[in-house]
Design a protein around this ligand. Structure first.
Ligand SMILES: NC(=O)c1ccc[n+]([C@@H]2O[C@H](COP(=O)([O-])OP(=O)(O)OC[C@H]3O[C@@H](n4cnc5c(N)ncnc54)[C@H](OP(=O)(O)O)[C@@H]3O)[C@@H](O)[C@H]2O)c1
Length: 246
């Protein structure tokens, strides 16, 4: 894994919610926000994942990492999560949502109702639940960023449910950005294969996190940003007005 060198913007006191933060891409996002000085709130659906994730982060998991065991996959659950954050932390500045993972194995004609719920309905509902609960509560300091993959724009035979769900999320970002106009900034990061603790890819999970930090720290308007390798990471950081160290 090689990360793009850059100057970390300061986000001291910035309250960011990272649903999906315990995942492969989420780990890079969480590390980048902690490195920038933010207060990082990571909900997880299981105590076991919470313990595993804290162990994985080691010394990086200081008092600014707030791991909460909470089921945020329903409208009510996500609403309760956001209300608790606003109550206990005094507000919420940003959300970065790398929720959900990969699914494969059946053509569209073969998918079962169980597949449909697991790979489409449950993930789309979770993203929708978090967005509708959090977007109206965001301060004007940060941004809402959804993380998806190239499968949102490219059909992958045997993984069609992923493409359909990710395409829906891309449109969710566009609609939310249009509805928010200038009052909120809403982004999507569209990733190629990611280098994570589980696999080698073309873009590093840490770099995905750095771009997410740059979005939150900056003031650029809503957009969709493709990240497929170091060149696109550098371009994104340049456009987001974050200085990259040569
Ligand atoms: N990994 C890649 O190479 C890659 C490439 C391109 C795009 N992406 C995109 O990046 C995002 C994250 O992918 P990832 O590989 O990091 O996924 P992952 O490792 O499977 O992590 C997914 C996270 O989402 C959370 N989650 C909440 N509700 C869920 C649900 N109903 N089903 C499954 N997980 C749920 C899980 O949290 P808890 O279990 O702790 O609750 C978990 O930490 C996805 O949108 C994916 O398409 C990933």
């Amino acid at each position: 894994m090689s990360e793009t060198p850059w100057t970390t913007p300061e986000l001291i006191g910035h309250r960011v919610l990272v649903p999906g933060g315990t995942g492969a891409v989420g780990g890079g996002v969480v590390r980048a926000f902690l490195a920038a000085g933010a207060e990082v709130i990571v909900p997880t659906r299981s105590e076991e994942r919470s313990i595993e994730f804290r162990t994985l982060l080691g010394a990086v998991a200081d008092e600014r990492l707030h791991l909460i065991v909470h089921d945020y996959t329903s409208f009510a659950g996500a609403q309760d999560l956001v209300e608790q954050i606003v109550h206990f932390r005094g507000g919420l500045d940003s959300v970065v949502a790398p929720i959900g993972g990969w699914w494969q194995g059946r053509t569209l004609a073969e998918v079962t109702e169980e597949d449909w719920h697991a790979a489409f309905t449950e993930l789309a509902t979770t993203h929708m639940a978090v967005l509708r609960a959090a977007l109206p509560r965001l301060s004007d300091k940060g941004a809402y960023t959804i993380v998806v993959g190239d499968s949102a724009t490219w059909p992958v035979p045997g993984s069609g449910l992923v493409s359909m769900e990710q395409a829906a999320l891309l449109m969710m970002q566009r609609v939310a950005a249009a509805e928010a106009a200038e009052s909120r900034r809403v982004f999507s990061l569209v990733l190629g294969p990611v280098s994570t603790r589980h696999a080698e890819g073309t873009v590093d999970a840490g770099d995905v996190g750095r771009v997410a930090v740059a979005i939150s720290a900056g003031a650029t308007p809503s957009s969709s940003i493709g990240l497929h390798g170091p060149d696109e990471v550098k371009t994104a950081l340049d456009q987001l007005a974050i200085e990259v160290v040569a």
